[in-house]
Ligand binder design. Structure first.
Ligand code: PEP
Ligand code: MN
Length: 342
């Protein structure tokens, strides 16, 4: 941590900061500069101490700014866990050589719709079936999902097709129930900072698929993952699903593909890209999915629907079964160039 003093800060102000650091058991390194003084604190500070000191020192007289020189997260960092985390979902490994494709409709709408989706996913060679039973909709008047009924359909279809499943859980008190019906717990973008939910998902021990909040920084995203990890669950996947930028006329969100190499460098956790919510437009999904593979992602989550025009949610971004199958072919064609299997 580096504390930069204001230009013209008095010697007494500098000494007050240095003393506070000493009072906490650390030796400050005072670095006199041309116009202003900087004070360094050793990187061995604990996370709690660092946050606490940052707040207290920022408020002291003569202080211009406090900068962190190491990351605020620990368990999510690659410094802590050097090799890539490979998550084993019933024998299917995510984060290793395999490029994981999760496909399916935005919502589980009926047994027939979900079975048809699952059959298309399976025929295309993808292994993981997605579908929401609890839908976080912007409007309370939009389709909210089939809830428990949707979970039951998901389980039945999974049993019939042998596909792995992923579905969203929206609240901490539902984690145990949802975990009984699915292989992977999805935490939606809007819930990324629902801390009680993150802790419950952590306690469940189930693989957790954490989506980046629409306006979350990389640090906030990794700190959200830290909550799950800190609750004792090492099986966390990070999902970039688009962030809010200034132009929303052509795409629903701005897919931040640079987050892929950034996250892969900062963290050992698998990184998955969701080009469906990232763009909101079906015709842009394939190019962004391919780009995600090239950028180093460990997989993609893609929405498809047997009949997108009739979808109860997110129809405009859903691929038809044919286009989904073509996307799988294209990913397979590209995969040897990046050393992955699809
Ligand atoms: C979803 O996956 O259907 C979903 C609601 O995504 P997000 O949380 O990224 O908006
Ligand atoms: Mn959706």
């Amino acid at each position: 941590m580096i504390i930069v003093m204001q230009v013209g800060a008095t010697d007494e102000q500098v000494q007050n900061v240095a003393q506070l650091i000493r009072d906490n058991g650390y030796e400050p390194l005072v670095l006199p500069g041309e116009g202003r003084v900087a004070i360094g604190i050793p990187a061995s500070l604990s996370n709690e101490m660092r946050t606490d000191m940052e707040v207290r020192i920022s408020a002291m007289e003569g202080v211009s700014k406090v900068t962190q020189t190491s990351h605020p997260y620990k368990l999510a960092s690659r410094e802590y866990h050097k090799s890539n985390m490979v998550i084993d979902v019933k024998g299917y490994k995510i984060g290793g050589d395999e490029f994981a494709v999760m496909g399916g409709p935005c919502s589980v709408e009926s047994y027939e719709q979900f079975l048809a989706s699952a059959q298309a996913i399976k025929a295309s060679g993808a292994k993981i079936l997605r579908g929401g039973a609890f839908k976080p909709r912007t409007s309370p008047y939009s389709f909210q999902g089939l809830a428990l009924e949707g979970l039951k359909i998901m389980k039945q279809v999974a049993d019939e097709t042998g596909l792995l499943t992923i579905t969203e859980v929206m609240s901490g008190d539902m984690v145990t129930t949802v975990a009984e019906y699915t292989d992977i717990l999805q935490i939606g973008a809007r819930s990324m900072q629902n801390f009680p939910l993150l802790i419950e998902a952590g306690k469940s021990g189930k693989p957790v698929f954490l989506k980046r909040g629409p306006s979350a920084t990389i640090d906030e995203f990794l700190l959200a993952a830290e909550y799950v990890l800190n609750a004792g669950n090492p099986n966390v996947m990070l999902c970039e699903r688009g962030i809010i930028a200034f132009d929303r006329a052509y795409t629903r969100n701005t897919l931040d593909l640079s987050a892929v190499p950034v996250l892969k460098e900062a963290s050992h956790l698998p990184v998955i890209v969701d080009p469906s919510h990232g763009t909101g437009v079906a015709k842009y999904v394939t190019p962004m999915a391919l780009a995600a593979m090239v950028a180093g992602a460990d997989g993609v989550m893609v929405e498809m629907h047997p009949n997108p025009k009739e979808a109860l949610s997110d129809g405009s971004q859903a691929l038809t079964t044919e286009v989904f199958s073509k996307l799988m072919d294209e990913l397979r064609r590209l995969s040897p160039f990046v050393g992955r299997n699809v």
